[in-house]
Ligand binder design. Structure first.
Ligand code: ZN
Length: 348
């Protein structure tokens, strides 16, 4: 394993950020290569936990000559967001410097040419970081960007072109759903990592996914082991690692649908939320999802929130103090949702 610490210059003299990159050298130049990163949103640690389990397995594979394809791992992909706190609250999603989501506004380039990722001298540090991450992922066949949601099971986002032949990743990680997107998602990392290869048309060998590993509090030895071993079995199945002892990946049994099938259930008023559903529940059209209580004690003011269509409750917000317009749950339906929009990511 080669460990490199890259420096991302900060926006003031004397300020810089360290990006640790781990490289594992494969022995077969024809085998698929992989790039894995975690915590692009700073404090989303389930992916870091999975890598904590995976990295020793990659070291062993490399040492034993079983690593076929080269693999690059960035355990903490966002040292800028990792260091953003507002008093005691971690704020890893948006760059304090310009309010841009760390997983949006990546450069969309149409071929895998590193020169196209060059940033101007006056680029801010978040843009430098994004260009660096894109460069590290540029030539990889298998690109996994490990995130997490608020509360929920494992699920994936990926370009529609890569579905369903990437179902092995979903199966290996025991995903409840795969949400595919056509066109843009506001230049999220997965969109930007896939775009340079779109013209090649060679999609069978390629996997690019945003991997949502449960909820932000699901960080612990059991989920880490399950997710880390799941990624390992996926890499073995793809031929990046040789390991006859690894259990083969079974069939994917979850839902694979366009992300436009997701109903984003939003709060019609602000208030305290009483939820009546949880991730994993299957709801009917019109079923009570939550009650929002703007005035404690005033039953007449309680605002019920219902599912517009039947589906699987995929995720639920962690907060119980809800602002008007906040996303409450995602429900995966069987057809295009009334809340679907044309293009763009599901969330800001
Ligand atoms: Zn995230």
């Amino acid at each position: 394993m080669d460990k490199t610490i890259l420096t991302i210059p900060g926006d003031l003299p004397g300020l810089s950020y360290s990006l640790t990159v781990l490289r594992f050298a494969g022995t077969d130049p024809t085998a698929p290569t992989a790039y894995l990163q975690a915590a692009l949103h700073g404090n989303e640690l389930p992916g870091v936990a999975a890598l904590h389990v995976l990295i020793p397995k990659l070291k062993a594979a490399e040492a034993e000559g079983r690593l076929k394809g080269s693999i690059t791992v960035v355990p903490f992909a966002n040292p800028i967001g990792l260091n953003q706190f507002q008093w005691d609250d971690h704020q890893g999603r948006f760059f304090y410097g310009n309010r841009t989501n760390f997983n949006r506004a990546f450069a969309l380039i149409d071929r895998p040419d590193p020169a196209l990722l060059a940033v101007p001298d006056d680029a801010s540090c978040d843009r430098r970081l994004k260009a660096t991450l894109q460069g590290l992922a540029l030539d990889a066949d298998l690109v996994l960007d490990l995130h997490c949601d608020n509360e929920g099971p494992n699920y994936l986002y990926m370009p529609a072109e890569l579905w369903p032949h990437s179902a092995d990743l979903a199966a290996a990680l025991d995903c409840a759903a795969v949400l595919t997107f056509e066109g843009g998602t506001d230049a999220s990392f997965d969109e930007a990592a896939f775009r340079p290869h779109l013209a090649s048309g060679n999609f069978e060998r390629r996997v690019v996914a945003t991997v949502e590993l449960k909820g932000v509090h699901d960080v612990g030895p059991e989920t880490a082991r399950k997710d880390g071993e799941g990624i390992y079995r996926f890499l073995v199945g793809r031929g990046a690692i040789a390991d006859p002892s690894a259990a083969p990946v079974g069939p994917f049994t979850g839902k694979g649908v366009p992300q436009s099938y997701v109903e984003m259930v939003r709060a019609p008023v602000g208030g305290m939320a009483f939820f009546h559903v949880k991730p994993g529940d299957v709801v009917k059209a019109g079923q009570l999802v939550a009650e929002l209580i703007p005035v404690p004690g005033d039953v007449s003011a309680v605002a019920p929130v219902h599912a517009a269509a039947p589906g699987l409750v995929l995720t639920r917000v962690l907060a119980r103090a809800i602002r008007v317009g906040d996303d409450l749950v995602k429900i995966v339906g069987d057809k295009r949702s009334a809340t679907a929009k044309d293009g763009g990511a599901l969330e800001t």
